[in-house]
Design a protein around this ligand. Structure first.
Ligand code: NAD
Ligand code: UDX
Length: 469
């Protein structure tokens, strides 16, 4: 197999965009074209003033260096496929909304459409790489489709190369990944294709971090990694409820537990619940896989991670209502943060959406401020969360603000839903002056200095800490 000279990435989203932009930066000898059917997204990637479609620290710098040199964005999917030696399939794989497996299984329609397009237009051999997160054995379906539709002299080798980047740190994760995982068939051809992709990564990733495994192990490892990370958060969140009831402090517990080198300190931060496009989707996918394999106990085990996350979100909303004298009807609540974590504008499955829906159903007035999320996105998410309520009614209850201070004005309570650094640094004295009294703060992210806020006069409730007032 000759070395890879031209790469095409189908899907210019949160994964395809940053991943292939970094490949282009690190491999100036390879031409990288990222294609997408969504013209607005491609236009944004190509925008002259670098107003990129996603916010990710460090991304603009990478795109500035590589775009137009060996990095291109295009809506011409067919040409991208035809020109490439290696094609990443990096399309969305959301949870199915209807049909068999609805609510659990991954919707593989976009993967199938992209695969069929490759089969239809490719006129030379390709390495096709599953970058999307997919259920175990999806590569087999892709191979069946490709082989059944290919032209003579077109050979397709399928690899699995799941992506482990986290949003908000995507560029540093891509620059120095903990590992790159490549799965292939254990045939001579499969291993040759695997080596060709490993060679691309070896331009900047140390070879001992490039793990090569079988296809099915690779696919399952991605689901397993996300499930185990999410499980840690649900575990610490379950303990946060015990802390609140007993007076223990979740920071101290997490620190003490994390000091054990077998457990490790990362990903033990109690929160109002995990969000993001991956954790819930991938666990539900694992639950569905387990059920399909007639392993109900395994399915129930993983399902509990999602159930605990839902509980954490509703428990937090209930704490707000209980603390505000059992009613928030007509009261103004300032929600600081709408993204699912700091340093991203992504709102998919954000805990803030559930909280605000709960506050709306209690007939509160809600002010929202997030430094990165666009207004239209907030309205779209709130409308989707309350499908029975017309948007006009939502807009009577909810106001989107331009700053944290503005959001907190005349509010009864401030709810910290995303751990944006700027919320730690706002002028809390000024916030206090502008609020109705007693002024409550609910910190769902262990972000603020509660003692300092209490000195100002706030009544502070922090997730996982027994003490209130
Ligand atoms: P995304 O929705 O941001 O991007 C997917 C893009 O694919 C969209 O722009 C869509 O228009 C495009 N697309 C869909 N079908 C297409 C087709 N047939 N031809 C051309 N373009 C097509 O999704 P994402 O967040 O980038 O996730 C992509 C995959 O990576 C998913 O499987 C996800 O689970 C996985 N993943 C995501 C993350 C993350 O942090 N977002 C991390 C690791 C893995
Ligand atoms: C995750 C995985 O980390 C990444 O490897 C995978 O490729 C995609 O899914 P992402 O969802 O982008 O990445 O962000 P992550 O940092 O994992 O955070 C997910 C959610 O968990 C966020 O809502 C975050 O606030 C929350 N979280 C994270 C906690 O509540 N506590 C923690 O200790 C860590």
């Amino acid at each position: 197999m000759p070395a890879v000279n031209k790469i095409c990435c189908i899907g210019a989203g949160y994964v395809g965009g940053p991943t292939c932009a970094v490949i282009a930066l690190k491999c100036p000898h390879i031409q990288v074209t990222i294609v997408d059917l969504n013209k607005a997204r491609i236009d944004a990637w190509n925008s002259p003033d670098f107003k990129l479609p996603i916010y990710e620290p460090g991304l603009e710098d990478v795109v500035r260096k590589a775009r137009g040199r060996n990095l291109f964005f295009s809506t011409d999917v067919d040409k991208g496929i035809q020109d490439a030696d290696l094609i990443f399939v990096s399309v969305n794989t959301p949870t199915k909304k209807s049909g068999v497996g609805a609510g659990f299984a991954a919707d593989l329609n976009y993967v199938e459409l992209a695969t069929r397009r490759i089969a239809a237009v490719a006129n030379s051999s390709k390495i096709v790489v599953e970058k999307s997160t997919v259920p175990c054995r999806t590569a087999e379906s892709m191979r069946t489709i490709l082989e059944a539709n290919s032209k003579p002299n077109c050979r397709f080798d399928i690899l699995s190369n799941p992506e482990f980047l986290a949003e908000g740190t995507a560029i540093s994760d891509l620059f120095s990944p903990d590992r790159v995982l490549i799965g292939s068939l254990q045939t001579a051809e499969g291993k040759t294709a695997c080596n060709a992709l490993a060679e691309v990564y070896s331009n900047w990733v140390p070879t001992d971090r490039i793990l090569t495994v079988g296809l099915w192990s690779s696919e399952l490892s991605k689901l397993a990694a996300n499930a185990m990370l999410a499980q840690r958060i649900s575990s610490i969140n379950a303990l946060s409820a015990i802390c609140e009831a007993t007076g223990a402090n979740i920071d101290e517990v997490a620190n003490a537990v994390g000091y054990d080198s077998r457990v490790g300190p990362k990903f033990l931060r109690a929160s109002v619940g995990f969000g993001g496009s991956c954790f819930q989707k991938d666990i539900l996918n694992l639950v569905y896989l387990s059920e399909s394999l007639h392993l109900p106990e395994v399915a129930n085990y993983w399902k509990q991670v999602v159930i605990m996350n839902e509980y954490q979100k509703s428990r937090f909303s209930k704490t707000v209502v209980d603390t505000l004298f059992n009613t928030i009807t007509g009261k103004r609540i300032a929600v600081l943060g709408f993204a699912f974590k700091a340093d991203t504008g992504d709102t998919r499955e954000s805990a803030a959406i559930s909280l605000i829906r709960d506050f709306q159903s209690e007939k509160a007035l809600v002010n929202i401020y997030d430094p990165q999320v666009e207004q239209e996105q907030i309205w779209a998410d709130l409308a989707e969360a309350s499908p029975a309520t017309p948007l006009a009614s939502i807009q009577k209850q909810v106001t989107i603000c331009h700053s944290a201070i503005e959001a907190c004005k005349n509010a009864e309570a401030v709810v910290i839903a995303t751990e944006w650094k700027e919320f730690r640094e706002i002028d809390w004295e000024a916030v206090y002056q502008g609020m109705n009294k007693p002024a409550f703060v609910f910190d769902g992210r262990l972000l603020v200095d509660a003692a300092k806020l209490r000195k100002i006069g706030f009544k502070v409730t922090v997730i996982g800490r027994g003490e209130r007032v």
